[in-house]
Design a protein around this ligand. Structure first.
Ligand code: HGY
Ligand code: MN
Ligand code: MN
Length: 427
């Protein structure tokens, strides 16, 4: 068989039943009563999910597992020529606090289903393939997001990232060390086959499968998104200061109320955002978190802070918006830029391959931009990278009701299987 025929054979062996069962099993870790998932990075729920998914393949012939200094996990399916750089797929296992069961999880499980399909079809590839489970993509517990994939591409970031604290005062470094120890203990007690996975190592190409998390594919009644770029993203935290004093005794003239300053600034930001998003449908401005200290009902706030999530496909617009946001928050005692990522174009040849895959497999598809960021964003600076999307029902994500019909998840996985096989069997 030529490589295209091998690729079609692998795509044909993808099983929606197996895919659905793995997604169901994975959703048990951090399962919420409302059907969603709370599996924040490096929590006990995340460690259980990591142990389970690595353990599925770690003792199978032809497979090896590894963890790196950012606790990124890699599941490797050996190829005929170990000297060749691997083809990489995967996504993240961590979720939002009230997340869905597909954001991230689908990309990891889809990669593993490609492995299952190759095994079933008896295909040995030239290049090894690896599925990555990147650490802390979401950035909820430790901010910002994309810590694991960023550190893989630029290990010099690790020292700074290790000192980031979560709300309980635990450092990212301590959480990473516990995860690496947990992995090592599981590997020892279960006889896992391991390999050495240094950061920044050579990768032949990277393809990440993910749910769209927006409404475009469903609106167009299409099954697969061939993603050509990710829009730029900037995160800010605006902090306002005041002086704590008694709510019942302090007259207006004596008040220095941080809440008054923060609410006024947030209100101005949201008012500007509404007008600007009306004028420019590509613009996204969100105030997602608002906190006050000491957060006591009968004490005037000494501090109040809120976050802003700013997104747009054009970096010049992001730059101009940043100036306006800082102006509106001029009363802030501290402004922090937590994340600043310019728009990232994906590899044109890989994007072409994703479209070829969908055409050959008869999958209705379209080329599109990603509104959400993904681990593919940093990877694109390290190796030719592209993404494949499956539709999201009602465009909903970061919500327990997140859902995609299994036939659409299967279609996207078939396209992934085709592309990965083509890349891993070059001749
Ligand atoms: O925020 C994002 O774009 C990603 O879903 N974490
Ligand atoms: Mn995601
Ligand atoms: Mn997400």
């Amino acid at each position: 068989m030529n490589t295209a025929e091998l690729a079609e054979t692998c795509a044909g062996a993808v099983s929606g039943g197996r895919l659905g069962r793995m997604l169901d099993e994975l959703a048990q870790w951090g399962a919420r009563e409302d059907g969603g998932v709370d599996r924040q990075t490096l929590t006990t729920q995340d460690l259980s999910a990591r142990r389970w998914i690595a353990g599925l393949y770690a003792t199978r012939a032809g497979y090896k597992v590894a963890i790196d200094a950012a606790a990124n996990i890699f599941i490797r399916r050996e190829g005929n020529d170990p000297a060749l750089a691997p083809v990489l797929t995967g996504s993240h296992l961590d979720t939002q606090p009230a997340g869905g069961r597909l954001d991230g999880a689908f990309g990891v499980v889809a990669g593993l289903e490609v492995f299952n399909a190759l095994d079933e079809a008896g295909i040995r590839t030239q290049r090894a393939m690896e599925v990555a489970a990147w650490t802390n993509e979401e950035g909820c517990r430790f901010s910002p997001g994309l810590m694991g994939s960023n550190a893989f591409v630029d290990p010099t970031q690790m020292d700074g990232l290790r000192s980031v604290l979560d709300a309980q005062g635990i450092t990212f470094g301590a959480a990473v060390d516990s995860a690496c120890q947990d992995f090592a203990e599981s590997a020892r007690s279960n006889g896992w086959h391991g390999f050495d996975a240094p950061m920044k190592r050579a990768i032949h190409a990277c393809i990440e499968a993910h749910i769209e998390q927006g409404p475009e594919l469903e609106r167009a009644a299409l099954q697969v998104g061939c993603v050509n770029a990710i829009q730029g993203v900037r995160w800010y935290e605006m902090t306002f200061s005041g002086r704590s004093s008694h709510a019942g005794t302090t007259p207006l003239a004596a008040r220095d109320d941080a809440m008054v300053k923060a609410v006024a600034a947030a209100h101005a930001v949201l008012g500007m955002a509404a007008l600007e998003m009306q004028a420019d449908p590509s613009l996204r401005i969100t105030v997602g978190r608002f906190q006050a200290l000491p957060a006591s009902i009968n004490t005037i706030a000494r501090e109040a802070r809120f976050t802003i999530d700013l997104r747009h496909p054009d970096d010049k617009v992001l730059e101009a918006m940043q100036v306006r946001l800082l102006q509106l928050c001029a009363q802030a005692s501290h402004t922090a830029v937590l994340l600043c990522k310019p728009p990232v174009p994906f590899d044109a040849a890989l994007h072409q391959l994703t479209q070829e895959a969908c055409t050959r497999l008869g999958l209705p598809h379209m080329s599109m931009l990603s509104g959400a960021f993904h681990d593919a964003m940093p990877l694109a600076a390290h190796t030719p990278t592209v993404m494949l999307f499956a539709p999201s029902r009602d465009g909903l994500s970061h919500n327990p009701a997140e859902h995609t019909p299994i036939e659409d998840l299967t279609a996207c996985t078939r396209a992934l299987a085709f592309c990965m096989t083509r890349l891993a069997c070059p001749n």
